[in-house]
Design a protein around this ligand. Structure first.
Ligand code: NAD
Length: 458
């Protein structure tokens, strides 16, 4: 269904439990045949690099699919989502034949090898907010390390994953090594997570479902389960920072992708001495994020993914009002006549960190502004969250910036930037934001077991 006008875009298969059983059997057979798992890393590299090239060659088509399916602005899907997926797959492919295993420091009559082995059959379950990027983040390292993979996209956004899986086949990925199964989380996703034929489960989505998946693992075969979950990230602005740049990024941090971003900077924590002025600057910035038609190249923010998410946002705005937050921008649905789920950039000032709008993930364009007096108080507020995914610190004092960044209990922290990072750095959360790491060479750890071979000489 199109988030921009509510119309049906395409119909795709709705896979059931028998389809999943069949896919798992096929994946197992492919894994055990060694056609991919035992292929030389240099040859796996060639397939992945070819795959990245094919995605690049079809960039416009895939960017359009992602724009229509998710309601993301076309400038984002062409400028961010597709290039980042290409780079992720190419980088992981190029890295895999540079990874050495280890020899341990044994006595001289022994030799001990410590080798990475693929897990076997991996299931990847992904969300709707960054379908192409999360598909690439999961598939690139899991395939590079020799696993067979079954990917279940979110039921409302399957198109880009289906398209690039076809290109993987064209690139020479052997049959059965990658299968994409669209279908509902509560039946198909649950079945995969409970299945004894799945050795590893990699998940990006909500903390609530992540907890359920850990339970499923315990109830079945203790499959390795890696989770990338929700967030309520703090963005801390000190008075001595470049306020203009900080205000611009405070808006980017929360309104990018209509706020449907796990790392969104939804709690803006501002030093009291500049708060009034800074809040005005952020409100001014928010005006350039008025939502519009995703296909328009000048659009910065599209609609919410669907009517249910729109309602969640509206409910939270009402909760924020009742909690005593001061609504200083936005707060309404707009463009309702299009049939799309558009919501204005919305800002609450005077928020207390104990309020629900400061503690719970809204997943929409809603910013909560909280004041602080000193670094100690800023840190106490920032770390007072069940989440620990990301955050940022703005200060031109290197001591303040470093001390606060180091003390933030989050997986990724920006100093004088927001959303910084690329494929070379790991991505994942502390606390209830997850336990795995996507991207970088560290992602290979999630998809491999360490195996020791101990050899003794006569
Ligand atoms: P979700 O948890 O509802 O769904 C994610 C996936 O899990 C979907 O494919 C869904 O079909 C499936 N699923 C749902 N219930 C299931 C079950 N019982 N068993 C197995 N699978 C099930 O999340 P969403 O609404 O699609 O995405 C938004 C959430 O994802 C937010 O909380 C956001 O913060 C998080 N997210 C995290 C990251 C990260 O890297 N940390 C990135 C993007 C999104």
């Amino acid at each position: 269904m199109s988030p921009a006008d509510g119309r049906i875009l395409a119909e795709v298969a709705n896979c059931g439990l028998e389809d999943a059983d069949c896919a798992i059997a096929v994946a197992r057979a492919a894994f055990e045949s060694g056609v991919w798992a035992m292929m030389a890393p240099a040859d796996r590299k060639m397939v992945l690099v070819r795959w990245a090239e094919l995605i690049e060659a079809h960039a416009d088509e895939i960017a359009l699919l992602e724009c229509l399916d998710v309601g993301k602005p076309i400038s984002d899907t062409t400028g961010v989502d597709v290039p980042s997926a290409v780079r992720t797959i190419r980088w992981s492919g190029e890295a895999i034949d540079k990874v050495y295993d280890q020899i341990s420091p044994t006595p001289k009559d022994c030799l001990a090898l410590v080798q990475r082995m693929p897990l076997g059959v991996v299931a990847a379950i992904i969300p709707w907010n960054f379908p192409l990027s999360t598909t690439a983040w999961k598939l690139a390292p899991s395939l590079a390390t020799g696993n067979s993979v079954i990917l279940k996209p979110a039921s409302n956004t399957p198109l880009s994953a289906l398209r690039i899986a076809g290109l993987a086949s064209e690139a020479g990925l052997p049959d059965g090594v990658l299968q994409v199964l669209p279908g509902p989380g509560v039946s198909l996703g649950r079945h995969l997570a409970l299945h004894n034929g799945i050795d590893g489960l990699t998940f990006t989505g909500s903390t609530e479902v992540g907890k359920q998946l850990m339970r499923y693992s315990g109830e079945s075969n203790l499959k390795r389960t890696f989770l990338e979950l929700g967030g309520k990230s703090p963005n801390i602005v000190f008075a001595d920072s470049n306020l203009e740049k900080a205000a611009k990024f405070a808006a980017i941090a929360v309104f990018y992708n209509s706020g449907q971003t796990c790392t969104a900077g939804t709690r803006l924590i501002v030093e009291e001495t500049v708060r009034e002025r800074f809040v005005e600057m952020v409100v001014a910035e928010s005006q350039s994020w008025m939502p519009g038609e995703p296909l328009d190249p000048t659009t910065t923010m599209g609609p919410m993914i669907d009517a249910a998410q729109l309602q969640t946002v509206a409910d939270y705005v009402e909760i924020g009002r009742q909690e005593g937050g001061s609504l200083i921008a936005g707060g309404s649905r707009i463009l309702a006549d299009t049939g799309g789920s558009y919501y204005e950039p919305t800002i609450f000032d005077g928020v207390d960190n104990s309020m629900r709008i400061a503690q719970e993930e809204i997943f929409g364009p809603v910013l909560a502004i909280i004041g602080f007096k000193d670094a100690e108080e800023a840190l106490a507020i920032a770390n007072d969250s069940i989440y620990g995914l990301a955050g940022a610190v703005w200060s031109n004092n290197i001591n303040t910036a470093h001390r606060v960044a180091a003390a933030l209990r989050v997986g990724t922290v920006g100093i004088n930037n927001y959303f910084g990072g690329d494929i070379t750095v790991p991505f994942g959360g502390f606390k209830q934001s997850g336990n795995g790491r996507d991207k970088s060479m560290h992602a290979f750890d999630d998809y491999t077991e360490l195996k020791t071979t101990w050899i003794e000489f006569d």
